[in-house]
Design a protein around this ligand. Structure first.
Ligand code: MN
Length: 247
């Protein structure tokens, strides 16, 4: 009884110091008096619950890849960034703060904060089901920025194929226009990077869609065939989510 009460208190405390993606558990009235911990406790990143099961994106993305990707790679970024935030006494209030000021942070923060954010974003960029295609506002925006959907797909595929080594392909909104870009490692278009290291300088903006082209995202099923992974991935893009991000 004593133990379970202590566990409960411990869990409540842990819940109270962890803030969510773009939203804050602190705001929950249920946690009431715990909210004061926000002023003395550093922001901590969170891993979203996977919105579908590991096998849901089969046959395009296999269950084993999804499971390892989510439970090993993504969780490692989470552990590392949250440790670094505490060890380096980062006082940022949310993830946007961290990305906006990335030039001030360590490589450990940069790589792992990006790793957590990018994967949360990636999981939500996909959905199970029949092949999907954009419609409505997002389709109009793609047409007006790229000519048509096929041209956008080609440009995005090209960015994903030519990203040397590990990284990401992105569709972003920049000054009202949609643009394709790519980033190395776990960088993303929200990051304000140190001068001379601004590999995303040609594409800083609001992320709308992302594709992970690290080998860990496809190697078990596709080995070296990144092109097949990319062309199959279009079947699981969650265009409703992309549309929502467009606002
Ligand atoms: Mn990954």
């Amino acid at each position: 009884m004593k133990n379970s009460r202590r566990d409960f208190i411990k869990k409540s405390f842990n819940a109270a110091v962890v803030t969510g993606i773009g939203s804050s558990i602190m705001a929950s009235p249920a946690l009431g008096s715990c909210s004061r911990t926000s002023s003395v406790t550093a922001f901590q990143f969170q891993q979203i619950p996977l919105p579908y099961n590991y096998a849901a994106l089969e046959p395009y993305i296999d269950a084993q890849t999804m499971e390892i990707h989510y439970t090993k790679h993504h969780t490692a970024y989470l552990k590392n960034v949250n440790e670094a935030i505490l060890a380096e006494k980062i006082t940022a209030e949310n993830e946007q703060d961290i990305f906006k000021n990335m030039a001030k942070h360590s490589a450990k923060i940069r790589n792992n904060a990006g790793g957590v954010y990018n994967h949360n974003f990636f999981w939500l960029s996909m959905k199970p089901g029949e092949s999907s295609s954009p419609s409505g506002k997002i389709l109009e925006a793609l047409n007006s920025s790229f000519g048509d959907f096929e041209k956008f797909k080609q440009e995005f595929t090209q960015a994903a194929m030519t990203r040397f080594g590990s990284g990401w392909a992105w569709l972003i909104r920049e000054n009202g226009k949609l643009k394709v870009t790519s980033t190395p490692n776990q960088d993303n278009p929200l990051m304000d990077l140190p001068a001379g290291q601004g590999t995303v300088s040609d594409g800083k903006g609001t992320p709308l869609l992302a594709l992970d082209v690290w080998e860990h995202a496809y190697y078990l099923k596709y080995q070296n065939k990144r092109n097949e992974y990319i062309s199959n991935w279009w079947n699981v893009v969650n265009w409703d989510e992309v549309s929502k991000r467009l606002g």
